[in-house]
Design a protein around this ligand. Structure first.
Ligand code: SAH
Length: 265
């Protein structure tokens, strides 16, 4: 029997109904699938028969034997750290530049780096992931919600965020400390070009940098601009001069970006 390893964040799923529900709702039938952290193959057993082609990254080499039974002509298992591999190149080679869908029940301490890697890789179209419940709530929070932050804005700019299901911590072995949710991220068309997008991300980060400061103060400090210049922009956009980052919607940040761009160039 495989002993769960804490250092690899191993909390295994066993409930058949839950596993089938996750795979069913990930909607990967006849699609290319990338699984991160297959573990003992809980999700793998349902993903492999449905997938067009299947590729997995698993950091723990000692799971190789447990995963052997899933090896066939349209599957591939790579025993490496997903975060330290040039995944884009591997994907494009294995899936011959086709679209790929990510699925994973993964350790929670790597949720954000995985999401940013997912956003970066063009051919990855959806991500169905187990995340800590608090993180899931943040991912889908709207403006003015107390957990809404820069991460919510950036994620919702790039993807449609959907809550697929709640998962009680008792469903895992060993039982973790927190409850979980399965989220699905679907990439969408983005309104800004690459340069403006970089500015958008910068502005979102600056706007939320100091929680108790107004948007005006955060931007003036962060961009090293005169307050009056920023005030003009806020007026043009019909934003109150005392407004705070958490009151701006994703679209407000897009509008802010196009206006700020004019005064910094
Ligand atoms: N998906 C399985 C296992 C969950 S435990 C299930 O649902 O039962 C999380 C898995 O992710 C473990 O197998 C762990 O070894 C693997 N893992 C942790 N960090 C990883 C990384 N950086 N890259 C790839 N796999 C990783």
């Amino acid at each position: 029997m495989h002993q769960a390893k804490k250092r690899f964040g191993q909390n295994f799923l066993t409930d058949k109904n839950l596993l089938m529900k996750i795979v069913d709702q990930s909607k990967i039938k006849d699609k290319n699938v990338l699984e991160i952290g297959p573990g003992l193959g809980a999700l793998t057993q349902y993903l492999v028969p449905q997938a067009k082609k299947y590729l997995a990254f698993e950091i723990d080499y000692s799971l190789k034997d447990s995963l052997k039974k899933f090896e066939n002509t349209h599957t591939k298992f790579i025993f490496e750290d997903f975060l330290s591999v040039d995944v884009e190149t591997v994907l494009n080679e294995y899936f011959i530049n086709e679209e790929v869908h990510l699925v994973g029940n993964l350790p929670y301490y790597i949720t954000s780096p995985i999401i940013f890697k997912f956003l970066d890789i063009k051919n990855l179209k959806t991500a169905t992931m187990m995340v800590q419940k608090e993180v899931g709530l943040r991912m889908m929070a709207d403006a003015n919600n107390k957990v809404y932050n820069g991460f919510s804005v950036i994620l919702q700019y790039f993807t449609d965020v959907k809550l697929l299901m709640n998962v009680n911590k008792k469903m895992f072995k060993p039982v973790p400390k927190v409850d979980s949710v399965v989220m699905q991220l679907t990439k969408k068309d983005t309104p800004l070009d690459k340069t403006d997008q970089a500015l958008f991300i910068k502005l979102v980060k600056l706007a939320f940098a100091h929680k108790r400061k107004t948007l005006l103060n955060n931007l003036a400090t962060g961009l090293n601009l005169e307050k009056n210049n920023i005030l003009d922009v806020l007026k043009e956009l019909d934003f109150n001069e005392n407004t705070r980052a958490e009151l701006l919607s994703v679209n407000d940040f897009v509008r802010l970006t196009t206006h700020i761009k004019k005064i910094i160039n």
